[in-house]
Design a protein around this ligand. Structure first.
Ligand code: BG6
Length: 513
């Protein structure tokens, strides 16, 4: 992020000042999307670019080249994108696309054919002349991971990946970033053979969500939370990412990844690092990511025999949703009848450092749960002595960070019920984004695309972060492989298997959002 200027009480520059975003000007550039005929480009990337255009955040001359194998024309490409913007874009972005349609061109080539990159280079040089994009390029890998290697090699071989004085070259890599630590390391090696780490932007779209970024603001822009943010006052933390959808047409992909690779290794681990990290020295990309990596490093890998008591995995079976019958996981298209892939997982993780030594972190994520909801619940310890209602234990205080939907923050605490008796009841203080701030919230991809154009890697995963997260996840997967226990079952539309409760212990229970 940009150099802060506002002085703090200590007289040092204040890294949390309003000036953080000031001075960030986007330089003209070309975005090359590999795999541009795919769903991501149509549903997310181009609608998000048009959101930026609407807010006046795209640099002048900005251009997009769609690189893919299919024999599309510029016009065919634009027609497809226009329908994507209409369907998935924010309000009024259709007009932005109409105004900017000329900025989108199509480049047909095979990812493995060097000649396609030579012709790409010529095309980019022409765009520089025609649109003043100054030799600045961003390459977006939106292909299946099996094509990454060819693309990276060819970008390096043609010199397109090279930074030159006054010109930037960057690469954005979509998830999944590997499927275990070995493949992630190999991919990191391939990426770094073509680009330097500062040129690399690994996407985790959860980091682009406003409410995920708000975790840092809540913790470090306020004086009241941080003194309590440790094992002395916090009993445990629950991170829930629940989805009501099943795997739908993605059965083939999901069967190979399971919820642990699809959601936990990336999105939940990223949220966990933001909740657990130490205050960074500044908000520069490396200062923030250094602290996040330390959290992951403080989580021990599991020994295979520990995995069954620290995790629960399960698969959804046939059930009903809003009165409609839905398939069980094994009935989904592309899923074998004897599949043991988990569609739900819950974990107990221990961050072994001074701040968190006795505070467990419980993570859970699943498909076909009753609601789509992502939240972080910080549950505080009970007061040392209960004076009310005959010494009965009170409901614990909970600080709830609602990531989506109904974005906001709530604090639950006990209050006296009016009347002559002294009775305590749970009440809530509630902050809602929708009411506190006017306007549409931008999609996570808008923020991430803008930051990649600005060259700010704070909200992207660094190579070592990704590898550390895989180390933890790999140890769980290895334990599951060795365990005689099969995944539990849960009926679609319920909150997961009963055994997930056993993970918590000590009278704790999972929240029902
Ligand atoms: C993706 C996963 O990364 O995140 C999907 O591959 C999942 O399986 C999606 O549905 C959830 O994202 P969001 O933003 O809808 O919570």
């Amino acid at each position: 992020m940009a150099t802060p200027t506002a002085p703090s009480a200590s007289g040092h520059p204040n890294p949390l000042g309003d000036e953080l975003r000031a001075g960030r000007t986007a330089k003209p550039c070309v975005l090359v999307i590999f795999g541009a005929t795919g769903d991501l480009t149509k549903r997310k990337l181009v609608p998000s670019l048009m959101g930026l255009a609407k807010d006046g955040l795209l640099p002048p001359g900005f251009a997009v080249v769609g690189f893919a194998r299919r024999p599309w024309t510029d016009q065919g490409f634009r027609t497809e994108l226009a329908s994507g913007v209409k369907q998935f874009g924010r309000s009024e972005t259709t007009a932005c696309f109409e105004a900017l349609a000329d900025a989108f061109t199509f480049h047909q080539a095979d990812f493995a054919d060097p000649a396609g990159y030579e012709s790409l280079k010529q095309k980019l040089d022409q765009l520089d002349k025609a649109r003043g994009t100054g030799g600045n390029r961003i390459f977006y890998l939106a292909t299946p991971p099996s094509s990454y290697s060819s693309i990276l090699q060819n970008l390096a071989a043609t010199g397109l990946s090279k930074e030159q004085p006054g010109r930037f070259a960057r690469v954005i890599v979509e998830k999944p970033f590997g499927r275990d630590i070995e493949t992630a390391r190999a991919l990191n090696d391939q990426v770094r053979a073509a680009f330097k780490e500062r040129q690399v932007f690994r996407i985790d779209h959860y980091l682009g969500k406003e409410t995920v970024q708000n975790i840092l603001a809540l913790r470090f822009a306020n004086g009241i939370f941080e003194p309590l943010w440790n094992e002395k006052f916090i009993d445990h933390v629950q991170i829930t990412v629940a989805e009501s959808i099943g795997v739908g047409s993605r059965g083939g992909y999901f069967e190979e990844s399971g919820i642990i690779r699809d959601m936990i290794q990336n999105h939940l681990m990223q949220v966990l690092t933001l909740v657990a990290m130490e205050p960074p020295a500044s908000l520069t990309a490396d200062a923030v990511r250094d602290e996040k990596v330390k959290v992951l490093k403080a989580i021990r890998s599991f020994r295979p025999e520990e995995v069954d008591s620290a995790t629960v995995r399960a698969q959804y079976t046939r059930g009903s949703f809003g009165g409609e019958n839905v398939n069980g996981y094994r009935d989904e298209e592309g899923v074998p009848k004897d599949s043991v892939t988990e569609t739900y997982a819950a974990l107990r993780l221990q961050v072994d450092n001074w701040r968190w030594a006795r505070t467990p972190f419980y993570l859970r994520s699943g498909k076909r749960l009753p609601r789509r909801v992502t939240e972080v619940a910080i549950q505080f310890k009970q007061p040392p002595l209960s004076l009310f209602e005959g010494g009965k234990p009170m409901q614990p205080n909970v600080l709830l960070l609602r990531i989506q939907p109904d974005e906001g923050v709530a604090l639950r605490f006990g209050a006296k019920v009016p009347g002559p008796d002294v009775r305590i009841r749970d009440v809530r203080m509630d902050f809602r984004y929708g009411t506190a701030f006017a306007g549409e919230t931008a999609d996570a991809y808008e923020r991430l695309l803008l930051d990649s154009i600005l060259g700010d890697g704070t909200l992207f995963a660094r190579g070592d972060e990704v590898e550390e997260a895989w180390r933890i996840v790999d140890s769980i997967v290895a334990g599951w492989k060795q365990s005689p226990r099969r995944p539990e079952e849960y009926v679609a539309g319920t909150w997961g298997p009963d055994r997930a409760l056993e993970l918590l212990g000590d009278g704790r229970s999972w929240r029902k959002p």
